[in-house]
Design a protein around this ligand. Structure first.
Ligand code: 1GP
Length: 251
């Protein structure tokens, strides 16, 4: 069974280093040079997927990343059609903030034989949706109600239960293009109460927000939309995360 991506995440977490993951939506052609810029900026991981894919090709998207960079690629599937053995790994997402059995276990049962044969590194991930100012595609498509934005305790207990159930990552998600990212107080509360790595994403649009997310306790910061809109942002966020790594080492 492959373990390289998760081992690398754990190692960096133990070293107090922060990690930068870039979400690539197969439906949206990336700006020219974005993938190469990501590698230059020190991006640790590409996530590929979306709530729904209409005309993009998952395989072509992964092939393009693999051709241009050596950064590992993990699937971030919105549904069971977004699986490909061409990726390196799979965030096997269980939407633990919701009460939709299909998103907790049903889709996983259907996908299990393919996933087993695929040889993908499987990373069981507790996916925790947080309300972020408007209904997001992920909340609609998963048919789940997100945790209220200011209910830090509910997010904490949800993440704790996910860890106790054996999930290896917790992903606090405001949703792609969220108006409000997950609050620093919620990230802090969750990170102080779990020991598995914490991923945070949704609505992060600036280097300052990425830094605040790291300071609050995220191990991995995910950015998608904003990188497509602002070509200079990749370098700025990469620099913040690298500085943070150095700060942590000196501390
Ligand atoms: C969404 O967390 C990711 O699943 C990234 O969100 O596109 O808003 O950066 P953005």
């Amino acid at each position: 069974m492959k373990t390289a991506i998760y081992k690398s995440i754990l190692k960096k977490q133990e070293q107090g280093r922060k990690q930068f993951a870039v979400l690539i939506d197969p439906d949206k052609p990336s700006q020219p040079g974005l993938l190469e810029k990501a590698e230059e900026a020190g991006v640790d991981l590409f996530l590929v997927g979306g709530s729904i894919i209409t005309n993009g090709s998952l395989d072509a998207c992964i092939a393009s990343i693999k051709k241009r960079t050596s950064v590992p690629v993990a699937l971030f599937p919105g549904n069971g059609l977004q699986l490909s053995s061409k990726a390196d790994g799979l965030l096997f997402l269980s939407v633990i903030s919701g009460r939709n059995p299909e998103m907790l276990i049903g889709k996983h049962v259907v996908a299990a034989p393919f996933v087993k044969k695929s040889g993908l590194e499987v990373i069981p991930t507790g996916y925790v949706l947080i309300e972020s100012g408007k209904q997001t595609a992920v909340s609609y498509m998963s048919n789940t109600v997100p945790i209220p934005h200011d209910k830090d305790d509910i997010a904490m207990c949800t993440a704790m239960a996910g860890e106790m159930l054996g999930l290896r990552l917790i992903y606090l998600e405001a949703g792609s293009g969220a108006i409000n990212p997950v609050s620093a107080s919620m990230i802090r509360k969750v990170s102080e109460n779990i020991s598995v790595p914490l991923i945070v994403g949704g609505g992060i649009r600036s280097a300052a927000q990425a830094e605040e997310t790291c300071m609050a306790g995220a191990d991995i910061v995910v950015v998608g939309n904003a990188l497509e809109k602002d070509p200079g942002l990749m370098k700025k966020i990469g620099a913040v995360i690298t500085r943070f790594k150095k700060k942590q080492k000196q501390a």
